[in-house]
Design a protein around this ligand. Structure first.
Ligand code: TEU
Ligand code: CA
Length: 601
């Protein structure tokens, strides 16, 4: 069936554009800022950029509320800037995907405006509008929403549209209106948008909450017991809806697959060789990559979406990795890396031949994994660097497709926010208000919001020491203050320092490129039941080359495994690892020595 698709062996890097690099001094990161930092990303070894939404939007949910799918938000630049960024990526042998939010549109999208003006007209069917049972004019105060579904951002998932005398469904904010994918015209519009961007050279999409697009017909009430368990009511009617697979494979056919005849490739991508040098220009891939953001689908449903023909998605995100069982994002607890190990052993153990998983630990919706793992030890720079390296070894050397989130490569941790006025995200603010309304004091409410706030990951990137961390050009202050507590955790400080978290990432990504064993599917886990020790062997099926990776998962001292020796294992060993080849040549050891200071003892 031809060579494997490029993304099988790729390292993705998620950019949160508002907070990456600001080129024009207004405090807000932008597209030219990203272009100016591309050599940094190429030098890190990134194969594909994923940009969180850059489309025109009122910005109620950080751009996840799109007003125009074919325009760039003014604060981020222009379409020309985006074309330039796409070309600059391709010139460096990198690819670029965008974030497509098509479970819902902004309430300011022309489709929704048209639907409100004429709910019985064609655009009325683009959304879920339901008759308001109340009297003409405004909904009666006691008129109930059409069902009991709740919104992820609090309250009912329905909002009244008094003028239209309808209720409208919004699983997220009241200005994020759910599209009705059962309407063929909606599916045709989405395929059109995808084709349009493919034509501009975009290499694929991360598809926002894409598993929510097919809702059970009739929109029946959610089971209250499930709602109580999960915290949201109605989910069972749309998180893996009846026509999900059909709609996604249709979108693949109509949007992501370029028909060779009607649309010849518009863009070329330079080949990047294993040694990092650039080769010939290759035509744009025939099929764009489809990365599904799929909250709640778990392992087996994720496999159904990615591994079975007709193919729906290429990769899914499995969010179960982010919190220990029984815990949620808002809980203040110390994440045990033994769970991370269990999770991957189970997940990888269930895959069939040719299946690939997305490996991610951080994104723009979650506190930093490093902070969850370290708790108060995050204040200790040595432990922080060691744990960052341990996470890097896991994320970059297990089988799968790594998605780094900006800042992970320099050991970014949660922000030390002092009060609710320092948070911007609507989810945190809504949650805070709900807790206050339920009787919590201001301090209590803040304490219950802080651990899970999405703001932690959304602060400006730390390029260099100093007040604005060089996020903005000139002396401009970034849109959100981004003070870093410890010296040593900026790009400038780590660049070129062989001990640094940044150089560790560079070294591991280089190793991935040089050693086919690390991008093969083969893995054998050693001591699977150990809660402190995580080790595995990767194998290149062609040459038989083996690479052994060992990671210490523990923070405390302990008696070491092995042949009667008692060694002190502390967290500072966490990032150490060794890679050994079957032919006896020790490959990774050199890297560990370069990166970690001393070899693996
Ligand atoms: O997130 C979907 C999602 O399910 C959550 O992780 C989300 O962060 C929320 O907190 C649920 O409680 C995606 C985007 O990544 C997120 O930024 C958007 O806010 C959301 O969809 C709506 O578009
Ligand atoms: Ca700017």
């Amino acid at each position: 069936d031809g060579p494997p698709p490029w993304w099988h062996s790729a390292v993705f890097y998620q950019v949160y554009p508002r907070s990456f690099a600001d080129s024009n001094g207004d405090g807000i990161g932008d597209l030219p800022g990203i272009t100016a930092r591309l050599d940094y990303l190429a030098g890190l070894g990134v194969d594909c950029l994923w940009l969180s939404p850059i489309f025109d939007s009122p910005g109620d949910d950080g751009g996840y509320d799109i007003r125009d799918y074919r325009a760039v938000a003014a604060e981020f630049g222009t379409l020309d800037d985006l074309d330039a960024l796409i070309a600059a990526c391709h010139e460096r042998g990198m690819r670029i995907i965008l974030d497509l939010v098509v479970n819902h549109t902004s309430a300011e999208h022309p489709w929704f405006r048209a639907a409100c003006e004429d709910p019985d007209g064609p655009y009325g069917d683009y959304y879920f509008l339901r008759d308001d049972p109340g009297p003409a004019g405004n909904p009666a105060p006691d008129s109930a929403p059409p069902n009991n579904w709740t919104s992820f951002f609090g309250g009912s998932a329905w909002r009244p549209l008094p003028e239209a005398r309808r209720w409208a469904l919004h699983l997220f904010a009241p200005t994020q209106m759910d599209l009705n994918w059962d309407t063929p015209a909606v599916r045709a519009e989405v395929a059109d948008i995808v084709r349009w961007w493919r034509g501009r050279g975009i290499d694929g999409f991360r598809l926002d909450v894409i598993n929510y697009i097919s809702k059970r017909r009739g929109l029946p009430d959610g089971n209250p017991a499930i709602g109580k368990l999960i915290g949201f009511t109605g989910i069972e009617h749309y998180f893996f809806g009846p026509r999900l697979h059909a709609y996604l494979s249709e979108l693949r056919r109509n949007g992501f697959t370029r028909g060779d005849s009607d649309s010849p490739p518009s863009s070329t991508v330079r080949e990047r060789r294993a040694d990092g040098s650039l080769g010939d220009r290759l035509p744009q891939d025939r099929v764009g990559v489809m990365v599904g953001e799929t909250p709640g689908v778990g392992v087996e449903m994720g496999r159904l979406l990615t591994a079975h023909e007709p193919r729906a998605l290429d990769l899914t995100f499995n969010f179960d990795v982010l919190d220990e069982p029984g815990r949620v994002r808002w809980d203040d607890y110390r994440y045990d890396l033994a769970y991370l190990k269990d999770f991957y052993l189970d997940y990888l153990g269930r895959l069939g031949a040719g299946e690939r998983i997305a490996l991610f630990l951080d994104n723009h919706d979650n506190p930093r994994m490093l902070s969850k793992v370290l708790g108060e030890d995050a204040a200790n720079p040595a432990l922080r660097a060691a744990a960052a390296k341990a996470l890097a070894a896991i994320q970059l050397l297990l089988p799968g497709v790594p998605f780094l989130f900006q800042g992970q490569e320099i050991g970014a941790i949660n922000q030390d926010f002092r009060g609710i006025s320092e948070l911007h995200d609507l989810e945190s603010l809504n949650r805070y208000e709900e807790l206050r309304a339920a009787g919590a004091s201001a301090d209590e409410a803040f304490a219950q919001v802080l651990p899970g706030a999405r703001d932690h990951a959304r602060v400006p990137m730390r390029w260099a020491p100093g007040p604005g961390h060089d996020h903005s050009s000139g002396d401009a202050a970034p849109w959100q203050p981004a003070a870093e507590r410890s010296a040593g955790f900026t790009v400038a400080e780590q660049d070129g320092d062989p001990e640094s978290v940044l150089e560790f990432h560079r070294a591991l990504i280089r190793l991935r490129r040089e050693e086919p064993a690390l991008t093969s599917e083969e893995v054998e886990f050693l001591r699977p039941h150990s809660r402190e020790y995580f080790a595995w062997i990767r194998r290149d099926p062609v040459t038989g080359t083996e690479i052994t990776v060992e990671v210490n998962l523990t923070a405390g001292d302990r008696a070491a495994r092995g042949s009667g020796h008692v060694r002190r294992h502390t967290y500072s060993r966490c990032g150490r690892w060794r890679a050994r080849r079957r032919d006896g040549a020790i490959r990774g050891h050199g890297v560990a020595a370069r990166v970690g200071g001393t070899g693996f003892a």
